[in-house]
Design a protein around this ligand. Structure first.
Ligand code: PMP
Length: 429
């Protein structure tokens, strides 16, 4: 028995399902999860000492790769000066200014400790500011696990077959309107049905929780237009896309200005951080300046702020943004070429440092219904073939995969050679 299998058995005795977040359990691909012992650069190492080229990157944040010296040094130094004060620090200003500079629509920023907190707080703020209860989300998009957001959600909620969770009262869920990603008509219909009741739209500008689905031309512009027409706020959930699709997030890449933006783990370079921010008049509506309540003992935690400052400073360095996009494109195209060579039908999506592939003969995957029609069994088989080869992809057909700046030629070539062998096997089965 492997050490990972032993640990999984032991974990299940005291931790529900043996994991502290569902997708980690490999429910989406079958088999036992590998337990990670350490990570460095583009690699993670399991409890049995096997190395894997990592395309999960802690689900997005490790854009600089694991164990980046600037982040590690910043964390160690900050930790030596105290772990938490529950009082303001200069570092919080530095990080807020840095975020605001990179994402100019975020005129004001509030730090929180997770993406879930960021989206939950942004929705509350939008509801409070507009004095309206309803909001629109898209089927297959995931925005964390706040009650009202667990309606037709993506990510683990999809993988585990419970996109609308028990425990969410119908009375809460009834204010969540679900539309179809890349389908503006479905959004207009919702606004026309409830013209004065919709507070906001929340959207992953590039969906990363039903695999990777970019917005089609005109979709994000259309959402902006509909929000303006009906007096609703537009929230971009950039927990995955922030600093990854482009340094200024998907809003910079597609040149659309949302009213509010939510950011997550990426800011902290791996430490538990999130943030939401946006228009000054809206942000001043939260406590203590405004009536909408929002708080957090560990918000703006000094160690997390230090990690964030180091991570964003490194990421901002000349050339990093273009390099990340270029290497990811090369990888995505390489997957497609290898699949074609073996006659395996594959569609690949890629934007900046995120990508996803779909076992389908359709050319375009644009919404959740398209993803559902793909060959999930083939994905599972491919995932395990790649895992054996030492390549760790997102363990679900409903998740995007991520690259990092630590993925060099050696790692890309090894990944594509492994993919070539895996596609060959799939084709022969
Ligand atoms: N929004 C998006 C787009 C996400 O992908 C996630 C999690 N991956 C969240 C929100 C929730 O973030 P967290 O898991 O840090 O609470």
């Amino acid at each position: 028995m492997t050490k990972s299998a032993e640990l999984f058995q032991q974990a299940r005795k005291t931790i529900p399902g043996g994991v502290n977040s569902p997708v980690r359990a490999f429910a989406g691909v079958g088999g036992d999860p590998i337990f990670i012992e350490r990570a460095d650069g583009a690699y993670i190492y399991d409890a049995d000492g096997k190395a894997y080229i990592d395309y999960v990157g802690s689900w997005g944040p490790m854009i600089l790769g694991h164990n980046h010296p600037s982040i590690c040094d910043a964390v160690i130094t900050a930790a030596q000066n105290g772990l938490s004060f529950g009082a303001p620090t200069a570092r919080e200003i530095t990080l807020a200014e840095l975020v605001s500079k990179l994402v100019p629509s975020m005129e004001m920023v509030r730090m929180v400790s997770s993406g879930t907190e960021a989206t939950m707080s942004a929705i509350r703020l939008a509801r409070g500011f507009t004095r309206r209860d309803k909001f629109i989300k898209f089927e297959g998009c995931y925005h964390g696990h706040a009650d009202c957001l667990l309606v037709k959600a993506g990510s683990g909620a999809l993988t585990l077959g419970e996109p609308t969770s028990p425990g969410v009262p119908a009375d809460f869920a009834k204010h969540t309107l679900t539309c179809t990603f890349n389908d503006l008509d479905s959004v207009r219909a919702a606004f026309e049905q409830y013209p004065d009741e919709i507070s906001c739209i929340i959207v992953e500008p590039v969906a990363g929780n039903m695999n990777c689905i970019p917005p089609q031309e005109g979709f994000l512009e259309g959402l902006r237009g509909l929000c303006d027409e009906f007096g609703a706020l537009l929230i971009f959930d950039e927990v995955m896309t922030g600093f990854r699709v482009a340094l200024g997030g998907a809003q910079a890449h597609y040149n659309i200005k949302p009213d509010l933006t939510t950011l997550g783990k990426v800011i902290g370079g791996g430490m538990p951080v999130g943030a939401f921010g946006g228009r000054r008049d809206v942000m001043e509506y939260i406590a203590p300046t405004g009536p909408v309540y929002q708080a957090g003992t560990l918000s703006g935690n000094p160690v997390a702020m230090a990690a964030g400052e180091a991570a964003l400073t490194e990421l901002s360095k000349e050339g990093n943004e273009a390099h990340l996009a270029e290497l990811t494109k090369r990888l995505a195209e390489g997957f497609k070429t290898a699949a074609d060579k073996h006659g395996v039908a594959l569609a690949v999506n890629q934007v900046g440092g995120m990508f996803g592939f779909f076992f389908t003969d359709k050319d375009t995957i644009s919404c959740f219904a398209d993803v559902q029609q793909c060959d999930i069994e083939k994905f599972k088989r491919f995932f395990h073939l790649m895992l054996e080869e030492g390549v760790y992809l997102a363990p679900s057909a409903f998740e995007a995969s991520f690259t990092s700046l630590a993925h060099g030629d050696k790692e890309l070539e090894a990944t594509l050679a492994a993919a070539d062998r895996a596609f060959a096997k799939l084709a022969s089965e």
